[in-house]
Design a protein around this ligand. Structure first.
Ligand SMILES: Nc1ncnc2c1ncn2[C@@H]1O[C@H](COP(=O)(O)OP(=O)(O)O)[C@@H](O)[C@H]1O
Ligand SMILES: [Mg+2]
Length: 315
């Protein structure tokens, strides 16, 4: 089932702009992952759709800055590039409004399949996807068709956003995935849907959490479930019963914001898979790199020199 190491990782989903009114920052969890992979010179193909507008130019500029192929970048003549309105609120908190009906909701199946078929190095080894770009039936249908046709390992980062969580889409996504990555809140939501455990129920003991995670693995025939725990690291549950905890990763010197921490984690975990790193090495590096992303503003560094130290360290 695992594909050759040189095969590319395909990343499906939203590339968008976080609109802070005073400032526009290019984001989208999948696009964060694809940019990290590109920075590490890992072959990747970003499949997304933007509009013929100013935010679209900002997204394109990021493809250029990271020297990414635009073979999977579709341009919609009518729909607008994805935008998330961000309002700064008291005490450093933010309110996010994810606008509906954006270009990334209309990723075209034939164009995406053509980009996949033209991949240098043959079929992809890994296929990354999330749930936000499945909120509209158009991109969801495209994704399901691509998944049906690919031999790749399917990596799902659930990334539930407030108000966009749809149990049916989550269930379907888990059924399609080989490896799923969730944070604690997302795990809580899954426990609620699949085991009727309410969020206000008394906290489960560690062994009960482990048993429930093993039950999720079986329920969805997953190879692995990765739960990230913010500053407390991560736990990897393998279908073979393996449990790998990473709690002692070097802490970042300070935390500016945790935006994109999960995306950084996923990117390095997948990089490890592409490079054939041992599993516990991949997990340790994913944690350490994700921590370092918390010490810079935003999800992706403004200065590409940020990646140099990691490339040297992991050579
Ligand atoms: N405050 C923090 N300090 C150090 N590392 C962090 C911090 N927050 C997140 N991380 C790292 O990023 C990973 C993903 O963060 P988490 O918040 O669990 O995911 P998500 O961003 O998907 O909600 C963690 O497993 C950890 O490695
Ligand atoms: Mg996340």
């Amino acid at each position: 089932m695992s594909a050759p190491v040189s095969a590319a990782t395909v990343v499906f989903g939203e590339a968008l702009v976080d609109d802070f009114t005073t400032e526009q920052v290019v984001g989208g969890a999948p696009f964060n992952v694809a940019r990290h992979l590109a920075a590490f010179m890992a072959p990747q193909l970003m499949l997304t759709r933007i509009g013929d507008d100013k935010p679209g130019l900002a997204v394109r500029a990021e493809f250029e800055r990271f020297a990414m192929s635009e073979a999977g970048l579709q341009v919609d003549a009518i729909e607008e590039t994805g935008r998330v309105l961000v309002e700064r609120r008291a005490r450093g908190s933010h309110r996010f409004t994810i606008l509906p009906n954006q270009a990334y909701d209309f990723i075209d199946r034939a164009q995406a399949q053509a980009a996949l078929d033209a991949l240098a190095g043959g079929p992809p080894g890994i296929f990354y996807f999330g749930t936000l770009a499945q909120r509209h039936e158009r991109s969801r249908a495209t994704l399901m068709a691509l998944l049906r046709a690919t031999p790749a390992l399917r990596y799902l980062d659930l990334n539930l956003r407030n108000g966009q969580a749809d149990e049916r889409i989550v269930t379907r996504s888990l059924q399609e995935a080989n490896i799923a990555k969730v944070n604690e809140e997302e795990l809580q939501a899954m426990f609620g849907w699949y085991f009727q455990i309410k969020p206000d129920a008394p906290p489960m003991a560690a062994d009960e959490v482990h048993a429930s995670c093993q039950a999720l693995l079986q329920m969805f025939s997953l190879d692995a479930l990765i739960v990230t725990l913010g500053h407390r690291g991560s736990v990897y549950f393998g279908a073979d019963g393996q449990v790998l905890m990473h709690r002692d990763n070097p802490a970042p010197p300070f935390v500016i914001d945790t935006v994109g921490a999960g995306d950084a984690f996923s990117a390095i975990f997948l990089l490890g898979r592409m490079r054939g790193w041992p599993l516990d090495v991949s997990l340790a590096r994913a944690n350490e790199f994700a921590g370092a992303i918390c010490a810079i503003p935003g999800a992706v560094p403004r200065d590409l020199g940020f990646y140099d130290q990691w490339m040297r360290k992991w050579r």
